[in-house]
Design a protein around this ligand. Structure first.
Ligand code: NAD
Length: 475
């Protein structure tokens, strides 16, 4: 009998009697079941969240902070159990699952310090003009399967800090750790403030279109983001969308191949490449192309692909079958077109689990599917460039605009290039570093709005201006 996990609705752990199976991508075995919720359960979550909003919107900063810090402490106290569960449903190696669990607790603590101060626009003998931020109401949070816990926390905590209540839907592929956290925090936050419900993909549109929900905060693919924008337009719900990316890394000729090879490798292959801000196109200056591409391929040979629960695994399986088949399709397309592989490309047909070998391509053309599309898997196309303006144009020639990186011995030169990239974040000589205090969001079709920092917190609020005319005595 597999473990059955329940949903958190209005302070109570509930089940529906109908279950969805959750699979371990390392061996394709069912490891848990979660409730298959529909409109009935969503309606009760909305009623609970609306009721809780009446008092939570008046809660002090300290009360909100205490609830968020209780969530952080609970995650930390149970980290050992949680990271193992996360590996078993998501596939990422234990070390990376541990980072995600502790990272989520750290993020919750950091974001619990954020507040939006009131702004006094005018205060003189004639008028007091105040601008304050008020919570939008009940939030619907929808998250993907690549970082289920980080994504859940980065929606729950700012919602609570803003004075909103939230109904969060994890991905049907990775709901277990989130529901275990739900059980652990159920009596640590006021009933109805945090609700976590699971169901098939169809539950997503129900949330988007529910008239009792005031805002949607979504992380996932650009295709789904567009549907959400459309669904939310019926009653003009506020939306924040964090979507896909096809991030370019640019390596200048003054970068030392020995120093950057390993870092570039992990900028693409961490979490088996299933990272929205992974380096998905790597442009290397022709002067160092041969040496650096060889150094990356040599490094790759020592990285073990396997079950994330086993010691020594560097790259785990792809999280789900659909994504696994998509990545294999992109690799097959590269083979069919005769592109050159530095390593990988051939999958081991034996055994179970969604394993894709570490695959590095040698200078495929710009219009290759494996370059032009978001791979979201352990695949790294390396491309040669000779001129800075040309490589900036190639990096920007994308509908996406999430992040990018420049690797160089001259950080000032790196900043000069960074300022010309059309993305929400650019790193110089590092990758994937996000600050809880800086806005994170995509340009172009990589997103709408931002998360993190005060800018992210603002998205859970409306501006309200209160203007007191002082020199018009009416009584
Ligand atoms: P997805 O869009 O398929 O699913 C994301 C979530 O949306 C899931 O919970 C799913 O059940 C739900 N959903 C599906 N259809 C829906 C609909 N019509 N209406 C409402 N909800 C719906 O994405 P995924 O495959 O789970 O995640 C991978 C994608 O997420 C990649 O494109 C990746 O780049 C992106 N991503 C972006 C960020 C970021 O911060 N920008 C972070 C992580 C992942």
């Amino acid at each position: 009998m597999v473990t059955q996990y329940r949903n958190l609705i209005n302070g109570k752990m509930i089940e529906t009697g109908e279950w969805l199976d959750v699979i371990n991508p390392a061996n394709e075995e069912v490891i848990g079941q979660v409730p298959a919720c529909g409109s009935e359960q969503l309606d009760s979550a909305v009623i609970g969240a609306r009721e809780a909003f009446k008092s939570w919107k008046k809660a002090s900063f300290e009360e909100r902070q205490a609830a968020c810090q209780a969530i952080a402490a609970t995650i930390k106290e149970n980290a050992d159990e949680l990271f193992r569960l996360l590996t078993s449903e998501q596939g990422k190696p234990h070390a990376q699952a541990t980072q995600e669990i502790y990272g989520a607790a750290g993020l919750a603590n950091a974001q619990s310090t954020l507040q939006l101060e009131e702004e006094i626009i005018q205060d003189d003998d004639t008028r007091l003009h105040r601008h304050r931020r008020v919570p939008v109401g009940v939030v619907g949070g929808i998250v993907p399967w690549n970082f289920p816990i980080m994504m859940a926390i980065q929606k729950i905590v700012p919602a609570l800090m803003a004075g909103c209540t939230i109904i969060l839907k994890p991905s049907p592929f990775t709901p277990l750790t989130t529901l275990r956290i739900a059980e652990l925090i159920a009596d640590k936050v006021p009933a109805g403030t945090v609700n976590i419900i699971t169901g098939p993909d169809e539950l997503g549109p129900m949330i988007t279109q529910h008239p009792g929900i005031d805002k949607i905060t979504f992380t996932g693919s650009t295709a789904t983001g567009k549907k959400i924008m459309e669904g939310a337009s019926a009653d003009l719900k506020r939306i924040t969308l964090e979507l896909g990316g096809n991030d370019a890394s640019i390596v200048l000729p003054d970068a030392d191949p020995k120093k950057v090879a390993e870092q570039l490798f992990w900028s693409s292959f961490s979490n088996a490449g299933q990272v929205c801000v992974a380096a998905k196109r790597i442009y290397i200056h022709e002067d160092i192309y041969d040496e650096l591409s060889q150094a990356i391929a040599d490094y790759a040979k020592n990285v073990v692909v396997g079950d994330g629960a086993e010691q020594g695994t560097g790259v785990g399986p792809i999280q789900n079958k659909k994504q696994y088949e998509r990545v294999l399709e992109l690799i097959q397309d590269a083979k069919d077109n005769g592109y050159k592989f530095l390593t990988g490309g051939d999958k081991d047909p034996s055994g179970s689990g969604y394993y894709v070998p570490i695959t590095i391509l040698d200078n495929p053309p710009e219009d290759a599917r494996i370059v032009a599309e978001e791979q979201f898997g352990p695949v790294m196309p390396l491309m040669k460039f000779s001129d800075t303006d040309e490589v900036i144009a190639r990096a920007n020639a994308s509908d996406y605009g999430l992040a990018g990186a420049v690797w160089t011995g001259d950080p000032e030169k790196g900043v000069e290039i960074a300022e010309q990239l059309e993305t929400g974040t650019v790193w110089i000589n590092e990758f994937m570093h996000l600050s809880p205090f800086a806005p994170f969001g995509g340009h172009k079709q990589s997103g709408f709005g931002a998360e993190y920092g005060k800018e992210g917190l603002k998205e859970f609020t409306y501006p309200q201006v209160i203007s007191v005319k002082k020199d018009n005595v009416v009584a």
